[in-house]
Design a protein around this ligand. Sequence first.
Ligand code: NAI
Ligand code: MG
Length: 480
Amino acid sequence: MTEHLIIDGNKAAASDGQTFDVYDPSSGDALATVAKATKIDVDRAVNAAHNALESNAWGGAPPAERGRVMIRIAQTLRDRAEELATLESRDNGKPLKQARTDVHVAARYFEFFAGIADKIMGNTIPLGPGFLDYTVREPIGVSAQIIPWNYPIQIGARGVAPAIAAGCTVVLKPAEDAPMTALRLGEIALDCGLPPGVVNVLPGMGPEAGAALASHPGINQLTFTGSVEVGIAVAKMAADNVVPVVMELGGKSPNIVFADADLDTTATGVANAIFQNAGQTCSAGSRLLVERKAHDALVARLTERAKQMRVGPGVTDPDMGPIISKKQLEAVESYVRIGEKEGALVAAGGSRPSDASLAKGYFFQPTLLDRVSPEMRVAQEEIFGPVLAIITFDDLEEAVAIANRSQYGLVAGVWTRDINKAMVIASKVRTGQVYINTYGAGGGVELPFGGYKKSGYGREKGLDSLASYTQIKNVCVRFA
Ligand code: NAI
Ligand code: MG
């Protein structure tokens, strides 16, 4: 069966008829054949999005009606959760229960932003007698969205929902490694009454379809999630057309643990933060900064948890699934070897599992790298796998300095019973989100999310994300 592009409400083959294969990373078996969008297809999709915008069928609809359509999308995602979660699990490899959560989070995005569609308000600005000055927040236009393979349905919904709530139209390019649920999302949106052309979905290769989309003069805004390298390239393409971008580029987020923390709860939080989705999460807590006094007790607990984790095919609902591809698996493996050469100690995992039944998939064991120092490559570079770098600190100032000694700044976690320590850390870390005695917030749909430094700019999720999808028009009236 071949999956098609979605352009202007229709399923279409690529302009040149080409396709690519998508693989199940748990087995290496082919999962589907998917139409591979060309530059011509990108042009067609951007034109469709532009025409849908101009027709005003969506942006000009009563805001409450836009909200109702979005509620239907949320409900349909929930009704089809099992099917979508299974597909996501096969496509990406993640455990079924994590894929179920992803589908529910995707539904939450549509609910959350459905409720906002009729609350996108402007201001009045006092200019004195005889004047009325007001602002209107208009849709920014055609939003191009390039998303990665790690959370396809979640990240797809995270960009599409606020964009369409604001009255924009969208061209979505999913990642070549996991495009399936983004296509389903596009189909569901149409089935629920979204007018044709409002959401177009173009699976394809980054350098071809992705680059054609980012450099297209017909787009008005670009949302990108992926690597720093590609993010920079894509932002430059958009800059040529003065197109604003939102960049979400990953991180090396620290979990900072003080000796007074409840170490059992902390160990669970720290392990989830790195091993969820096999560490392939932009906001993964990939550095553990632990106060020297608590090091041994916490690492013992983490080692115990890492060893107990069941690694296996996503659809068997293990604790951890495979890495997305052979290439990513090899990258993760090579980082562990680099860490060892740099003097780190493998305290758990460190290699592929020995279980022969897993040999065809891209599995790696949950891995703890102990005795890491802050300047090592494994402490500085994003590994994007289930590998935790463990660094020791002696006092709060040192913890802050190590946490901030990073080119990234996406998320930080603090674990302590001392409110003063927690608040000082929260004020001093240079990251877009801080969690105290927790990490993540079940999807965090409501919370603004985005980076400091090379983790990117602009904010997704929450009300703040609307800034990306609206533009402010000021109207000044003289009536004296
Ligand atoms: P990538 O940055 O190459 O891919 C992300 C998206 O960009 C995909 O849809 C891809 O097709 C597209 N893309 C690739 N090249 C492009 C180009 N020249 N023009 C326009 N679009 C292009 O990420 P990749 O190769 O999958 O993973 C490499 C590393 O990136 C990972 O190891 C990880 O460190 C980081 N990454 C971070 C993510 C995050 O959530 N922040 C997600 C995925 C990867
Ligand atoms: Mg790439």
